[in-house]
Design a protein around this ligand. Structure first.
Ligand SMILES: *Cc1c(COP(=O)(O)O)cnc(C)c1O
Length: 408
């Protein structure tokens, strides 16, 4: 049986598998799904997971649910849009820009609504429907709202999203509206929006922010898939953008489980990259402190990671410790240049994702990374997620004045 447990190792509290709590009732830390070792041998599991890619059954065709031996199980129907199964793309121009030789992007922006949030949402929404939920809700910088709205529509539930007014990109807001969500604008930051929602949470509302342990389960499968694509041999480094730190936590959990279940021997060193204006974890890492100090007014062009008080920081730090990784930050200018390089590879991404490539160049310059190292960088959002940013930054230099017919 799967069940929920407190993520604080010393606490030891366990809860029923489908408890609706958002935090440990004893110590207040975040919850996580306890996964038991699969019954199959690692080699048989690997074959089974791959074979499912030849099936059209929804639970096999989903790049999340084909790994269901390490996920909570459901008799009820899953809520899926065929997420996951995104390619690992070699990136030569980007590698050259950063000065390294062996770089692959795992583009989680190539998911149904254009970000990795879909991977978590298929799992979270399946749980919500299993519970008989009528309305799901989240606070979001935009991508969670888009994914929540789409998967709620898919699962026949109403969606309500809390967005910081004027801060989410128009593209993400448009998605949420198009999928039929009710949008509540909050005067303030993402952190304010999240607090507002937590205060409003009642029994009729199911809360699907990244502190929801079921979302973490869905997101962790990205790393099972990554390792599969690397032939189950870890690259040297894994670069991940860090905002609320749910994704870093999910990836850390994935590596702990893969190691524990005998699926892999080595783990990649995980590097969390934050934007300099929203860098509480990087500050904590540099200061070697023990308590996170929130950044009161986070500021960065990478709105998906404009978060001053990340909820999942403890789990993220555990992931860094487990993988022998590190935490760093990059400036808006650095990530802007990196984003252009990723575009030149014909790949593209949203600003937050480009922190990964900017981070690689910085690590190389600091001699923390060898140019021959094998590196996987996670691109979290699609290039069309923030078109205003691109047109503002690049339009001026690269667009020619309109020609009149006479001069053509
Ligand atoms: C949500 C998001 C992030 C940040 O992920 P966290 O889990 O909050 O750290 C980064 N990039 C994009 C594009 C996102 O949508």
């Amino acid at each position: 049986m799967t069940y929920l447990q407190c993520s604080a190792r010393h606490c030891g509290t366990t809860l029923d598998a489908h408890d609706r709590a958002l935090a440990c009732p004893r110590c207040g830390d975040l919850l996580e799904v306890a996964v038991k070792p699969p019954a199959l041998e690692p080699s048989d599991l690997k074959v089974l997971w791959r074979e499912r890619r030849e099936s059209w059954e929804p639970q096999d065709a989903s790049g999340v649910w084909r790994f269901r031996e390490v996920l909570p199980t459901y008799e009820s129907e899953i809520v899926t849009l065929g997420e996951g199964n995104v390619p690992l793309v070699r990136a030569r121009k980007s590698a050259q820009w950063a000065g390294v030789r062996n770089l692959h992007f795992k583009h989680l922006g190539w998911n149904p609504t254009g970000s990795f949030k879909d991977l978590g949402m298929t799992a979270g929404m399946t749980e919500a429907r299993f519970l008989g939920t009528k309305t799901v809700a989240c606070a979001s910088t935009g991508n969670t709202a888009a994914a929540l709205a789409a998967y709620a529509a898919r699962g026949g539930m109403a969606a309500r999203v809390y967005l910081p007014a004027g801060q989410a990109s128009a593209n993400k807001l448009a998605q949420a509206l198009d999928y039929g969500a009710e949008v509540v604008q909050i005067a303030g930051s993402f952190d304010d929006a999240l607090n507002e929602l937590l205060a409003a949470a009642d029994r009729d509302l199911y809360f699907l922010n990244s502190i929801n342990p079921f979302r973490i389960e869905g997101q962790k499968t990205a790393m099972f898939e990554l390792m599969e694509q690397f032939g189950w041999r870890a690259p040297d480094f894994l670069m991940v953008p860090g905002g609320n730190l749910g994704n870093s936590s999910a990836f850390g959990k994935a590596f702990m489980e893969m190691k524990r279940f005998g699926l892999i021997e080595q783990v990649p060193r995980m590097v969390i990259v934050q934007a300099e204006g929203a860098n509480p974890l990087a500050r904590l890492w540099r200061s070697q402190g023990v308590e996170l100090q929130a950044v009161p007014e986070p500021e960065t062009v990478a709105t998906a990671i404009r978060i001053g008080n990340p909820r999942s920081w403890k789990k993220a730090l555990e992931a860094i410790e487990f993988t022998g990784g590190l935490v760093m930050d990059v400036t808006d200018e650095e990530l802007g240049e990196a984003k252009e390089a990723i575009g030149r590879d014909g790949i593209g991404c949203e600003p937050a994702s480009a922190t990964t490539l900017a981070g690689i160049r910085k690590l190389l310059q600091a001699r923390e990374l060898d140019r021959e190292a094998s590196i996987a960088a996670v691109l979290t959002g699609h290039v069309l997620k923030d078109t205003d940013y691109i047109i503002k930054r690049q339009g001026r230099n690269k667009m020619r004045e309109p020609l009149t017919v006479a001069t053509l």
